[in-house]
Design a protein. Structure first.
Ligand SMILES: Cc1ncc(COP(=O)(O)O)c(C=O)c1O
Length: 396
């Protein structure tokens, strides 16, 4: 694998207007889209306004369809295993709430689970009497595979994990968890919201049955885009929460038949402009190479962690052996929203991770909020230095 050269980075930055304006370290919130993604969306909307919505859709039907091929390539799935949705929460909820839970069924998750998913579990506990097992990380912040295996019982119905947590730099070993899920034949749902576009995803290697993704984060796609993967031989096992003539094309006055693919989880009406934008963003990532992106993201994040650790008054919170592009820290004596605001004045975007986003982990470490600086491949070592210099003046 060839690393992304500095020359390439300059070219990629030149193709992203935003990089000339600000230093953007909020890629885990929403990254800066490449110009080609923005232009694709705007051009499509302009055409819709002149030609008509349905007519433009017909004109671009092949390109719209190709978005599924691109996503399938990104995650090594079949294109009939992809549904386009608005965001990762919808993707996750469509399958989670489609599972036929009964009283006493058990769900296993980790301490890094995202808020949407945790709410889903609690709701299922309240309404259906399911039992939730949360596997904690060890003292070094690594997931305990042996504890997962020990927690499995004949009542275990679902293993649901978040690969890259919202407010921590560590990662959950989804491939190793997948091996355990498969060995015990347990339904396996992965939240890969922060992973797509940051690190390679291979649903065959992961062995997951369902995977939820958003577009606006590391994929650099427009807001309001996302997708759901559902393994082909599992698709019939889910209740559909919504149906229309698209998800359910065959209908008589007494019965209906749903589509034979994952698009049964979609409804007909959606924003075609951002669908094309999502396709462009996926294509852009594939052209660079997601393995190369991942290598650069880790390199920049390591550099940032090292420099932050050297600043008196800053505590880096990231734990675990394998880390990602999300770097979390706090500044002694200054609360995280104030740090964010001071950096914003200096043209630097970071975000604040609230306790609720990754509640179990944050509570365990007595964190109410952290500063989150999330790097992408288009960030530079110079930008990292500028951020650290700005933080030094804030600490003093
Ligand atoms: C780990 C994780 N999962 C899921 C989500 C939800 O994504 P969305 O806002 O696209 O629904 C987020 C959003 O920050 C996230 O960080």
């Amino acid at each position: 694998m060839k690393i992304i050269t500095e020359q390439e980075i300059q070219q990629l930055r030149a193709e992203t207007k935003g990089t000339a304006q600000r230093i953007h370290f909020n890629n885990a919130g929403s990254s800066l889209p490449p110009d080609v993604v923005v232009d694709t969306v705007i051009d499509y909307l302009q055409e819709e306004a002149i030609l008509g919505g349905y007519e433009t859709e017909f004109k671009y039907k092949d390109q719209l369809e190709y978005t599924y091929n691109l996503i399938a390539k990104l995650i090594n799935s079949g294109k009939d295993e992809i549904a386009l949705v608005e965001n990762a929460s919808i993707a996750w909820g469509l399958v989670f709430h489609g599972i036929d839970f009964n009283e006493g069924d058990e769900i296993i998750t980790t301490e890094m689970e995202y808020v949407t998913n945790l709410i889903g579990f609690i709701n299922m506990r309240k309404t259906h009497g399911v039992i939730l097992h949360i596997i904690p990380n060890d003292e070094q912040g690594n997931f305990m595979l042996s504890a997962l295996e020990a927690a499995i019982s004949p009542k275990t119905k679902l293993i649901a994990v978040t690969h890259i947590p919202s407010t921590a730099g560590g990662m959950i070993p989804i491939v190793e968890i997948g091996k355990i899920a498969r060995k015990h034949r347990i339904l396996y749902l992965v939240d890969a919201c922060q992973t797509a576009g940051q690190a390679p995803i291979d649903v065959e290697a992961i062995g997951c049955d369902m995977l939820a993704v958003t577009g606006r984060k590391y994929l650099r796609a427009p807001r309001g885009t996302g997708f759901l993967y559902v393994r082909k031989n599992m698709q019939d096992k889910f209740k559909l929460l919504f149906m229309d003539g698209f998800s359910t094309p065959t209908i008589s006055q007494t019965d209906y038949k749903v589509r034979p693919d994952a698009r049964r989880f979609e409804l007909y009406e959606k924003n075609r402009a951002i669908t094309l934008g999502l396709g462009k963003a996926v294509e852009y990532a594939l052209n660079i190479g997601v393995d190369r992106i991942w290598q650069r993201v880790q390199f920049l994040a390591d550099a940032l962690r090292q420099q932050l650790t050297a600043i008196d008054g800053i505590t880096v919170h990231d734990m675990g052996d394998e880390k990602c592009g999300i770097v979390t820290f706090s500044v002694s004596g200054i609360d995280s929203p104030a740090v964010k605001a001071r950096l914003f004045e200096q043209n630097i975007n970071v975000s604040v991770g609230l306790a609720k986003s990754t509640l179990i982990y944050m509570d365990k470490h007595h964190l109410t909020s952290i500063v989150r600086a999330s790097v992408h491949y288009y960030n530079t070592k110079e930008e990292i230095e500028t951020l650290c210099n700005a933080l030094i003046t804030i600490v003093c």
